[in-house]
Write a protein that binds this ligand. Structure first.
Ligand code: SF4
Ligand code: SF4
Length: 238
């Protein structure tokens, strides 16, 4: 995103809208292009009364184009024909049944709230996961950025790109969970942004969630969070 210095009247109204804090005062107001994730908040809110904020063509050119794709909820990933920072698969498991009994969907969400992330940080965890023989889910938008799907290495041209957030998604068999937690969780301390870890599971027949106890034994604090996706249609699973 950019600000037209000829049009801007320096009212400073847009500054507080930027989640990345990258609109700055100088001789004229300007947006730090390296830090801007192209989320579009400053533009879409209509805060600028003189229409000085605009999206230049060069911000939509490869590889910078992925900033908008991962950061602006209205943008599409052309390689997946989907929207957003990750797939909906994990969050809609009650409808899709993508993750069945005996396995978990595991999510690593980078950059939220308000820090953003570069793909150098995503790569650190993607490579460690692949090193365990676990694949990044193909439906996940990050999959399309991989140079090598076996190693989790991301294409060089994307590494420095900064986005609002990214969700890395994997499928973990029940018996793999302790190894994944023990290997991956300590690595998060070396990731230069905030990371939330999510685990998608199905209730047992008796309504229990034994994975909570398993995770607590592994030293993880568990905060159960249920989501009811009303209106998504008839479940594909029984
Ligand atoms: S597009 Fe987003 S990150 Fe960039 S200046 Fe606007 S609000 Fe900030
Ligand atoms: S809201 Fe518009 S006029 Fe006001 S500082 Fe931002 S770009 Fe300039």
């Amino acid at each position: 995103m950019k600000i037209d210095p000829e049009a801007c009247v320096s009212c400073l109204g847009c500054i507080d809208y930027c989640p990345m804090g990258c609109i700055h005062e100088g001789e004229v107001l300007f947006i730090d292009q390296d830090e801007c994730v192209e989320c579009g908040v400053c533009l879409h809110t209509g805060v600028c009364a003189v229409d000085a904020i605009y999206q230049p063509e060069e911000s939509l050119v490869y590889p910078r184009a992925i900033r908008k794709q991962f950061s602006d909820p209205g943008a599409e990933h052309p390689n997946f024909k989907a929207w957003g920072r990750g797939t909906e698969e994990a969050k809609t498991n009650d409808v899709t049944g993508k993750f069945s009994h005996g396995e978990y969907g595991m999510l690593f969400e980078f950059g939220r709230p308000v820090t953003g992330t570069r793909f150098t940080e995503v790569q650190k965890i993607a490579m460690a996961i692949c090193d365990m023989g676990i694949e990044i889910l193909k439906e996940n938008p990050v999959y399309g950025l991989l140079e090598d799907t076996r190693t989790g290495r991301i294409k060089k041209e994307f590494l420095h790109e900064k986005v609002l957030s990214v969700i890395l998604e994997i499928r973990v068999r029940k018996e793999q969970l302790p190894a994944v937690v023990e290997k991956i969780i300590p690595l998060l301390a070396d990731v230069d942004t905030v990371v939330s870890v999510g685990l998608v599971t199905r209730f047992e027949e008796n309504g229990s969630l034994p994975v909570i106890r398993d995770l607590e034994k592994l030293g993880m604090q568990v905060r159960p969070n249920a989501k009811i996706n009303v209106g998504l249609g008839r479940p594909l699973i029984s």
